[in-house]
Design a protein around this ligand. Structure first.
Ligand code: MRU
Length: 365
């Protein structure tokens, strides 16, 4: 998507430098910094420190990491070592394992001298596929928005609520939850987006930056405001992303998503999840017992980062000295609270039958 008139993906291969470039998201929305990722340790740091973040983007980054590993040493042992090293960076988003598995299955049968170019080509393919998947999710989500708009008077916006950043920054391009929003805006349908702040890392600020850059009407709201807005008829539709969705449609996403789903259910607001197929974990059924939830450092809770009135970026403490923090980074929304899943192949119920109906080729693991 565009930043100051220039089209960017969230990561890209620089052919002159022969190296991967990423947007270092730790400094957004205040500072747009590009980083070249050079060593395998750089790849791991970029994922762990959330310079790159969001399930699909983590997967694509790991695929480029495997390509680097194959340049350095194309042996089976190095491939397995890189798989383990990169897979250990973050535990919850299944796209990481999906991308690394796909690389290993593709590369293993090849001769060693073929592996480095094949791994790079595959990383490009995974990145390009992600863009197309998200474009399709947007087209299906647009149908939902269009139907809601048809019931409104001319000019009255469809009011959406989203949590975290499931935008183009979290994917290679378009975003998942935001793709229908961008496409509705392009189609001339008036929308307004309630953007959850999403403490502790405030990924909502990334969503607000994205939507603002594209002229989409939005308001940044505290994480506690969504239930109130739903009770007062101010939300027509919730769309979130997901980091891992089980074969029966339990949705793991950024911490706080579950509370939004509960409020949506209580208020009869449709709650949809934008789900690219690489985010489906066909090996797990019950999301609450089967998905590892990342526990991040307490400093993310006790401190907040922001721009100072003098323009620099600062990290300030909000708690009393010595107060311990707890920081589960994701939660699971049971499928009974999910109205539907918006995938690249269409919209289905959050059930095993729904997902297997759209993805019969993947469901038989
Ligand atoms: O911890 P993050 O910022 O990587 O978490 C991101 C999310 O939870 C997103 O909502 C999810 O990855 C979907 S992104 C298309």
């Amino acid at each position: 998507m565009k930043v100051d008139g220039t089209h960017y993906r969230s990561l890209w291969w620089d052919h002159d430098r022969d190296a991967l470039q990423i947007i270092d998201q730790r400094w957004l929305p205040h500072d747009f910094r590009i980083q070249q990722v050079v060593t395998l340790q750089d790849f791991a740091d970029a994922i762990v420190e959330m310079r790159v973040r969001g399930a699909p983007l983590i997967g694509a980054t790991a695929a480029y990491g495997m390509a680097l590993a194959m340049r350095l040493d194309p042996s089976d042992a190095a491939m397995d070592q890189a798989w383990g090293f990169l897979n250990a960076t973050r535990p919850t988003a299944v796209n990481l394992r999906w991308a690394l598995d796909r690389c290993r299955v593709h590369l293993r049968p090849l001769e060693q001298k073929q592996r480095a170019p094949a791994a790079l080509a595959l990383a490009h393919e995974i990145a390009d596929e992600d863009v197309e998947i998200n474009r399709s999710i947007g087209a299906h989500g647009l149908d939902l928005i269009r139907k809601i708009a048809a019931g409104k008077s001319a000019g009255e916006p469809v009011r959406l609520l989203t949590h975290c950043n499931a935008g183009w920054l979290a994917t290679v391009d378009w975003g998942t939850a935001t793709s229908p929003m961008y496409q509705a805006h392009e189609a001339g349908i008036p929308i307004h987006v309630w953007v959850d702040e999403t403490r502790p890392r405030n990924q909502g600020a990334l969503t607000a930056w994205e939507l603002g850059s594209h002229g989409i009407s939005h308001s940044y709201i505290s994480d506690n405001a969504g239930g109130h807005l739903m009770q007062h008829g101010q939300v027509d539709l919730v769309i979130t992303g997901t980091d891992r969705t089980t074969r029966r449609g339990d949705v793991c996403n950024k911490i706080g998503t579950y509370l939004k789903a509960l409020a949506a259910k209580d208020n009869g607001v449709p709650f949809y999840v934008a789900l690219p197929s690489p985010t489906i974990d066909w090996t797990v059924s019950d999301g609450i017992s089967g998905i590892p939830i990342e526990e991040r450092g307490e400093r993310e809770i006790t401190h907040v980062q922001g721009k100072t009135e003098y323009g620099g970026i600062a990290n300030v403490q909000v708690t009393p000295d010595g107060t311990p923090g707890g920081n589960p980074a994701f939660d699971v929304t049971p499928n009974r609270l999910v109205t539907g899943l918006i995938t690249e192949r269409g919209i289905c119920s959050a059930t095993e039958e729904g997902l297997a109906g759209l993805f019969p080729d993947m469901a038989s693991v």
